[in-house]
Design a protein around this ligand. Structure first.
Ligand code: GAL
Length: 954
């Protein structure tokens, strides 16, 4: 049968028992702005998950060995026919490690959570209309080592948990009713870091359908540059052509401002060879006065890139970009848009309380808003590439981003990881530094220098507009070291070396790529080594670090140190230094794992914020009578005065570097700090002694959620006294309910061993956090969900969250429930007499019988006679137990059907028709044979799928 006939027969298939899972509403997408002929479909549903490894079958015979070596014939759980019907259904993103209990004996840096090997499977459905399209699978992040099969063929291996994998599925896709089996084996035993890395398919997955001539993924580079007084927007577009003929196309690039006004245009004519790529470059007319992107006003432009051939639009992509300049000066630091800007940055790992590494966009957004409130202007994504949505959010919120590569390695695979990072992120105005490593033993050696030289060249080949850096914690003064191969030197800790390095290299710009590493437990004010508690007065730091105050003092005093990246903005799971079990998350954060402020938050606000008054006051005022209490105020004002129960404890000149302290006697009541600019009172903060907790209170992060099934928000849980004040030492166990879906729980206590999933969590020092996710709204009707909280002896709380209708439905890739398809058949040479249905080719004979897939009719028989076809299979467990049916979509010709040599069905009418044959319960592997009776000149064979289903429903 030729291709056209195959196409026809596939589209004529009867649909038997397929259960497509239908796409429902949503707003998010990798290129949400994609328009025109491409389809970007979210692949979050239909996934089945198996916790643990599944060994591949052991091959014994020649026949097994020969067949297993073939495309499409992957074995075991990688095989399309594998029974996953009883696996757990999961929705992506899915960090399976965040569901694990915290167990002593597992890895400390992974937060004492078991990782290991797991499998995911999905069943995709492509319609006949998809035939001829270029079909790509995009997996945004899988931790850690991933092997990916599609329809029984190994299509990719990805050896880093932090980069995306783009896989061209086009050659292997089957259309119509076929099941397209996608299988991912994840080996999360492997670790790439010394922090919590999560595990599984923990970022989004997409199917992108494009025309044969299309813009490749991450294929538009549009980063404005300033030359003299003029701005240029050099545009580079990479096209691919998966079609069968070379094509000449036109590309139009249109620059749009935030109001969608057309600013300028560039044109490219490009010939794209069949099965090849072509790169086109366009230059737009220069601009003199664009709106600049900055920390305060992160103005974004967009470039619309459209590929056409005559009236036909082949592809269209929108790329966000921003106009800004950057410059490092070895004497005076960093300049954004030619204005000096001290970098006030934080290092971050990607995880959050409750959700591990599968952090929804709503929570990412919450974290960035907290960092804005802190006064931070930069983020170092230590030590790996991030979720694309987070990079977009940094553009929108106005953060400078130090983008960092995970693996320090100049071999091919690893250079490809670096190349992917730069290609994906080089349009972001937020990205201002490419970092090729963090603290590497070879940093002070010739070998390290050679490796960085190569890695830097990979970056420069793609982007010359940002400097390359590396975060060095040693080796700065050897004869040849990494600092000789980078544009800007990042120094981790080593604050005593700033001056020496600057003196030795007055022309090399430098900044602190990492510092501080100070310890605090939120809401605790007495260090207790036995209980693993760190006081929140900024007294304790790692031996290699400094307190928050001391580290900034060194940096702020030196104009040639371009700025800081404090370790870290938020606590993270794992690395509980200076403690170990049962402590399972870090103490370094300016905020805790939930994003609740520690004292460090007010310290940095006082240090970093100039444009509004800052006044913070610690501790709470619930102590024992007779206690001597150290009180600390953090302000950016001129003077602060502390009052204890209305009586002044003294006025002090504000010290923005060291903060202000008093030691006072406790008596129930209140403390109040008043802050002055000159003689004017501009701010006051009061901490009152609370009564005992009487009620719970739930506080939303935002007024509403989008009802797209993906939007999420943290809800703050508070224990309050009769006057509505948060009780700072309340530690009640709270149980949550209501209609809101809870996807994670936290309380910021690094020593807490409670699960982060489920419906119960204790408060820690008065607070906890619940992360809720919106349901998918059917239609546009407004809806409301609610969350309730209960704890013994407290008045329960209830809040309602209104759902906003999504602006547009999220297009989703259709998936199917698992079904067993018999698609690997063998056909014996034609016989003149009725053959033995049990007949087999010799185990060593790979050539007498022919392979075929159902869907292929065999055409007309040349002579009268018999044709034996057979398939081996192992039914799904439920069918082995209960029996089932073989469902032939269409059989042409007369035939007898046998199961393990026993006749189970007969077809007497040669006209094409569907047929269903019952099969009895039976354990293990089976052989289905069909003997066609041939008549010269008459067609015979199978049209469409043959599948094994459960028993007929009565
Ligand atoms: C640094 C390292 C970070 C983190 C930190 C803790 O040396 O770069 O990843 O481990 O120490 O202080």
């Amino acid at each position: 049968m030729n291709r056209r006939e195959l196409f026809k027969s596939a589209s004529a298939l009867a649909v038997v028992g397929l259960l497509p899972q239908v796409a429902i509403a949503g707003t998010n997408g990798p290129d949400a702005a994609d328009k025109g002929p491409r389809e970007t479909l979210l692949l979050d549903k239909g996934w089945r998950f198996h916790d643990g490894d599944i060994a591949m079958p052991v091959l014994i015979t020649h026949d097994q060995t020969y067949n297993a070596a073939k495309a499409g014939r992957a074995l075991g759980a990688a095989s399309p026919a594998y029974d996953d019907s009883d696996w757990t259904e999961v929705t992506l993103p899915h960090d399976f490690v965040s569901f694990q209990p915290i167990e002593n004996g597992t890895n400390v840096d992974q937060g004492y959570r078991r990782r290991g090997i797991v499998w995911y499977r999905n069943h995709l459905k492509f319609s006949d209309a998809d035939r001829g399209k270029h079909i790509e699978l995009q997996l945004d992040g899988i931790a850690t080592f991933a092997t990916i099969w599609f329809n029984g063929t190994l299509v990719a291996r990805n050896w880093s948990g932090y980069n995306s994998t783009y896989i061209d599925l086009t050659p292997y896709v089957t259309y119509g009713d076929s099941d397209n089996a996608l299988v991912v084996r994840v080996d999360a035993t492997a670790m790439e870091g010394w922090w919590y890395e999560g595990g599984g398919i923990y970022r989004d997955a997409w199917i992108v359908k494009r025309n044969p001539v299309h813009i490749v993924t991450d294929g538009v580079f549009a980063h404005p540059v300033k030359e003299g007084d003029e701005w240029k927007v050099p545009i580079e577009v990479t096209l691919n052509n998966s079609g069968t003929k070379d094509k000449t196309v036109q590309i139009v690039c249109t620059l749009l401002d935030a109001e969608e006004r057309k600013i300028s245009e560039g044109f490219i004519d490009l010939t794209v060879p069949k099965l090849g790529n072509a790169v086109g470059k366009a230059s737009m007319p220069a601009l003199s006065d664009p709106e600049l992107w900055s920390i305060e006003t992160p103005y974004l432009y967009r470039v619309l890139t459209r590929v056409t051939e005559g009236a036909e639009v082949w592809d269209e992509v929108t790329t966000t970009c921003g106009f800004r300049t950057e410059r490092f000066d070895a004497q005076t630091g960093f300049y954004l848009n030619d204005k000096p800007l001290k970098i006030k940055g934080v290092c971050l790992h990607q995880d959050h309380a409750g959700v591990g590494c599968a952090v929804p966009e709503g929570v990412l957004d919450f974290r960035l808003r907290k960092l804005k409130e802190l006064g931070a202007n930069a983020i170092r994504f230590s030590h790996n590439a991030q979720n694309k949505a987070l990079m977009d959010a940094c553009d929108r919120h106005g953060f400078l981003v130090m983008a960092e590569n995970r693996n320090f390695n100049a071999s091919t695979d690893y250079l490809e990881q670096l190349e992917w990072l730069v290609r994906r992120d080089r349009n972001h105005p937020s990205v201002f530094l490419w970092s090729v490593f963090n603290e590497e033993p070879m940093q002070g050696t010739e070998q390290g220098y050679e490796m960085v030289r190569r890695m830097s060249a990979v970056v420069k080949a793609l982007d010359t507009s940002r400097p390359v850096t590396a975060a060095m914690n040693d080796g700065l003064f050897t004869a040849l070291n990494v600092s000789d191969a980078v544009d800007v030197v990042g120094i981790n800790y080593q604050q005593h070396q700033y001056d020496a390095f600057h003196a030795a290299h007055p022309d090399i710009p430098m900044f602190s790529s990492e510092d501080t590493s100070a310890f605090m437990t939120r809401g605790e004010y007495k260090t207790d080594a036995v209980k693993h508690i760190m006081a929140s007065y900024d007294d304790d730091a790692a031996p290699w670090g400094e307190t928050h105050r001391a580290a900034w003092k060194e940096i702020s005093a030196r104009p040639f140190v371009a700025g800081t990246f404090v370790w870290t903005g938020f606590d993270y799971h794992g690395e509980p230094t200076p403690h170990t079990w049962p402590t399972n998350s870090s103490f370094f954060g300016i905020m805790d794992l939930c994003g609740f402020e520690k004292t460090a938050f007010y310290i940095h606000q006082a240090q970093w914020i100039d444009d509004r008054p800052v006044l913070g006051l610690v501790p709470h005022w619930n102590w024992q009578s007779g206690d001597k209490v150290r009180v600390m105020a953090c302000a950016n004002l001129d003077e602060v005065e502390l009052f204890v129960n209305g009586k002044s404890a003294g006025k002090q000149a504000v010290d923005r570097l060291n903060m202000n302290y008093w030691t006072v006697d406790y008596a129930p009541g209140f403390i109040e700090v008043r802050g002055y600019r000159g003689s004017k009172l501009v701010s006051k903060v009061r901490n009152e002694t609370t009564g005992k907790a009487v009620a719970l209170r739930l506080v939303k992060d935002r007024p509403t959620l989008i009802g797209d099934g993906r939007d999420a928000m943290p809800i703050r849980v508070e224990a309050i006294d009769a006057k509505g004040r948060v009780v700072p030492d309340a530690n009640h166990k709270v149980t949550f309910g209501g209609t809101a879906a809870i996807i994670g729980l936290g309380n910021g206590d690094p020593n807490c061993l409670e699960a982060e999933k489920g419906d119960t969590r204790s408060l820690f020092n008065g607070l906890a956090q619940v992360i809720i996710q919106a349901p998918e709204m059917a239609g546009n009707a407004a809806a409301v969900i609610n969350l309730t909280a209960r704890a013994e002896s407290l008045k329960p709380a209830n809040i309602e969250i209104r759902l906003d209708a999504p602006k547009a439905a999220t297009p989703r890739q259709p998936t199917m429930l698992p079904m067993m398809v018999l698609d690997s058949w063998f056909r014996a040479p034609n016989a003149t007499a009725h053959p033995d249905p049990n007949q087999r080719a010799a185990d060593t004979d790979m050539n007498s019988w022919a392979w075929f897939r159902p869907g292929e009719l065999f055409g007309a028989a040349k002579t009268d006679g018999y044709s034996l076809v057979a398939a081996n299979y192992t039914p799904f467990a439920s069918i082995q137990k209960n029996g089932g049916r073989v469902v032939f979509t269409s059989i042409t010709g007369t035939c007898d059907i046998y199961l393990d040599g026993q006749a189970i069905g007969r077809k007497d009418d040669p006209a094409p028709s569907a047929m269903t044959v019952a099969i009895p319960p039976f354990g293990g592997s089976r052989r289905l044979s069909v003997v066609f009776k041939l008549k010269a000149g008459e067609p015979f064979g199978f049209g469409g799928l043959i599948r094994i289903g459960g028993p007929e429903k009565t």
